[in-house]
Design a protein around this ligand. Sequence first.
Ligand code: PHE
Length: 341
Amino acid sequence: MREQLAKIREEALSRLSAVTSSAELEELRVRYLGKKGEMTAILKQMGGLPAEERPKMGQLANEVRAAIEEKLSEAKRDVEARALELRLRAEAVDVTVPGKSVKVGHRHPMYIALDEMKEIFIGMGFTVVDGPEIELAELNFDRLNAEEGHPSRDWSDTFYFDREEKVMLRSQTSPMQVRAMDTLPLPIRMVAPGRVYRKDEVDATHSPMFHQVEGMVIDKGVTMADLKGTLNTVVKSLYGEDTKTRFRPHHFPFTEPSCEMDVQCHKCGGAGCPTCKGEGWIELLGAGMIHPHVLEMAGIDPNVWSGWAFGFGLERLAMRRFKIDDLRLIFENDVRFLEQF
Ligand code: PHE
């Protein structure tokens, strides 16, 4: 029995020294110290020993058991330490690996053109105002002198929400003139950019949704000369100091007199080319002196106050600014196109 115990001790300790996993460890624990293990088997044989031998063997068995137990917990610590080491190594973050670069976008070319425009007007003391795209026909038409029966009110041109044709998607930013007159204190200098809607088919120069920028000044003693002076200043800061402009008579229901403003073609310098369709001039905007009746409807005395207003298409301005020849490119939002600006 003495030899048996010595053999178990030697074998168990050497096996435990070579253990690499906690599964192996458990297997050895069961094998030597378990209920059906080798140590239990030895202890069962104790009964057959002479009485004087038993305490000695008992003590020896206890020593062997204690030695195995100690080695077991030592091996357990080693296995756990090694597992932790491996996990730390596997989960380590390599801070030298190059990162994924974040794609940063930039402003849409149309908003670049709009921001330039706003800068210029803010520099001249104008306020930038915003208003609803869903508008009352009363403000889009009636308060702008376009009464019942005016051709622009036809349902084939305008998106109405109701049969009574009282609520609509605004067809121009000009109702912002009325909103400004109704809400802002006099004198007024404002610009109002925003979306407008008309029943147009999409092609290279048309879209059922596009952007306009409205501008308006109301003060005492304001004349057509102020309108021309201001617009010329704006156009020169956009297109260069030697830009030439011309004003042609036109008609709008809410301005009198009304005009359209052209700029001399930047491509051919006025000689005529495909860009200006052989005209030498490119139409830029509609404008005019605010009709006295429009002032009156807003409760502003036209004998004391006068003003002017203009409105232009923002896409056209951006297209000319960035030499884009198809309106659809502005709205398609193809990144390959937009990245160029
Ligand atoms: N609202 C007009 C249009 O859409 C433009 C305009 C604005 C004309 C202001 C005169 C004054 O054509």
